[in-house]
Design a protein around this ligand. Sequence first.
Ligand SMILES: [Zn+2]
Length: 380
Amino acid sequence: MEALRVRCYNVRFGDAILISIPDRTAAGSPITRHMLIDMGNVLSGAGGQDELFAPIIQDIQSQLRGRPLDLYVMTHEHLDHVQGLPYAHTKLGISLQARHAWLTASAAPDYYDRHPEARRRLEALRQAYAQIERFLSASPSLLSPALQAVLNNNNPRQTGDCVDFLRSVGRKTWYVYRGYDISRRPALRDAKLEIWAPEEDASIYYSPILPMALNAPADFSLALDTLSPPAGVDAGTFYNLVEMRRRGFMDNLLAIDRAANNTSIVFGLEWRGWRLLFAGDAEIRSWQTMFHKGILRPVHFLKVSHHGSFNGLPPAPILDTVLPQPAPDGRPRHAVVSTFPGTYNNVPDAVVLEELAARCTLHSTLEIPDGAYLDIVFPP
Ligand SMILES: [Zn+2]
């Protein structure tokens, strides 16, 4: 009997995870089921390098041996999770296929027609994004590398193109949420999948945008003059104002970023008594929702959310539910973080990594070369 294997690739700042599950065919012969979760990295800076995808895609192909993936999961609509397969298709001429694809519920083409409140809130976020983008392109001196990374990663146009491509990866595409019927999508005999998040109504994840006062033309002219304080204005006061504005952008961009992260598909996988949790980029709001719905349970494996950010770690009582101390059944426990420093501010967060390492064996893609993988194995 083979072991279950989670293979985590180093894509720098992004995710690409291949799960290989020993299972049986309808006739009872052994077969390995392969599931790919996300494939992508950020567009800007050192955290995003597309050349990394070639050896990764080739490794996945060699694992599949000519068969399609049993399942492809697009956890949420961020470039660092979606742009790898479109890149492989257009630049490498390699198209991975899957029998089934799960895309997060709110990526469904008719989702916002069916959910007017979510539409209203999404439109507010999109408007804020467009304002920030316009404002920063008129005053590039305000644009820090971290702002650029968050701005790029949330670009709705580029993300939309990738998501459109991903609709065709699966022979069957399902837009899933907690409670969605995933039985036989795909059919697994010895393993069980369960979706823990997102909720179908994505509007619960959208927090309000802080006022930015970017609309007035006077504001734009002020921005264009930011390199030096206007006559009669104290330089210290002036640069404080500039810094406050930069932070205001960052807060709002992070609110936009958070909304998408919280729509991540979070799912549990059970196999021979092992419980594995794949959390996408779920942030605190999603963890709280899962906690209050009472669906979180202790696990033996955690795909660390959001590249080890402070917001991706479940708050203490929730973490105690997922990774209680000590381990309830004495089995070994693992967590894996896929991350790259210097892309998002303070990601990965040292406190987060310390907290996880105190509870289980923590693996990180930082330990392996670009494009390489690390395997975590669960014996039968
Ligand atoms: Zn991400």
